[in-house]
Design a protein around this ligand. Structure first.
Ligand code: ATP
Length: 307
């Protein structure tokens, strides 16, 4: 067994002549928050639908909780809650009536279950409101609440942050972190904006035109994005020796143009200028070169375009 909670093995899905998914293999470990990133039309919804069992891939396997045979996969999917496309609630019914409907439909015993989830998702005070009257953020919470009814180990959420205002994004993010940390739920969510998931996901999968370009943990992604401080000094050799002595944990290179490049500096620029000043060295220039995660992703897409 692979040990992944969710895995796809080279799944391909075609709609006529259009290849929506092209041999996509994703790997989601237990307890991860997996951010699936891709532009409009990249294939995110198609992939999530394939995981949720709403469509069947033409080729390849979907493996959930280590099982991929049709019957076993169906059983594994009972451990999964999904919010893909629309939540399918009844707009004229109240929040609690909708929750009851889905609880009974899914055969989940105990009325308390709905109450617990409504409290957890911050909808308890709105339980009497008609679903159609809820704000966008509340509707997203309702979608999540419905997905949570069966006490899933896995949550699959298609663009859950779409349309939320900045405070709604923060609240939703906190809610996902709580579900992940307190209930140990593995979460797979999609977005077309990397920065939306930057503070949420523990690992990213970048999907482009139906192909998975890269799967990368957030830590590695941050390390790959360069953040350099370029320092120009009157005496680079002496300054480098000072760095060795006083900032031995720093990684620096003396460049051919005699500037000093500090990679991922750990302290503020003033610390490095003070070090020079204290030893009679003059700093004549200091420049920060950074690449944001968003730029990294743009670069990845550009490379894929020319591959
Ligand atoms: P978005 O961010 O816009 O929701 P997405 O990444 O979720 O995009 P998909 O909805 O998975 O992308 O669509 C991938 C491609 O497959 C698109 O070109 C889309 O037009 C096409 N597609 C999706 N569903 C169907 C369908 N039922 N019939 C034909 N083509 C489809």
């Amino acid at each position: 067994m692979s040990g992944y909670v969710i895995e796809t093995r080279k799944i391909t899905k075609k709609y006529g002549s259009l290849t929506a998914l092209d041999q996509v293999s994703i790997h989601v470990g237990r307890g991860e928050i997996y951010g699936l990133i891709g532009d409009n039309g990249a294939g995110k919804t198609t992939l999530l639908k394939a995981l949720a069992g709403l469509i069947w891939p033409d080729h390849g396997d979907v493996v959930i909780l280590g099982r991929h045979e049709e019957k076993a996969l169906g059983q594994s999917r009972r451990q999964m809650g999904a919010m893909v496309e629309h939540a399918g609630y009844f707009p004229k019914l109240s929040v609690e009536k909708n929750m009851e409907y889905f609880r009974i439909l899914k055969g989940i015993p105990g009325k308390n279950r709905s109450e617990d989830i409504l409290r957890l998702t911050g909808l308890w005070d709105r339980r009497k409101s008609k679903c159609g009257d809820l704000s966008m953020g509340m509707k997203q919470r309702l979608g999540l609440a419905i997905a949570m009814i069966g006490e899933p180990q896995i949550l699959i959420l298609d663009e859950p942050i779409n349309g939320l205002d900045p405070s709604g994004i923060i609240e939703f993010r906190q809610l996902l972190h709580r579900l992940n940390e307190e209930k140990n739920i593995t979460i797979l969510l999609s977005s077309h904006i990397l920065s939306e998931l930057e503070q949420t996901a523990t690992i990213f999968g970048f999907l482009n035109k139906g192909k998975l370009m890269e799967e990368i943990p957030i830590q590695t992604l941050r390390e790959k994005c360069f953040d350099d401080l370029i320092i120009t000094v009157t005496d680079p050799q002496t300054y480098a020796a000072l760095l060795d002595r006083h900032c031995s944990h720093e990684h620096y290179t003396i460049m051919p143009d005699h500037t000093i490049r500090l990679a991922h500096p750990t302290q503020g620029a003033e610390v490095y200028s003070k070090l020079a000043a204290d030893h009679g060295i003059l700093i004549t220039g200091m420049e920060r070169h950074q690449q944001s995660l968003e730029n990294y992703y743009m670069q990845l897409k550009e490379d894929a375009c020319h591959a």
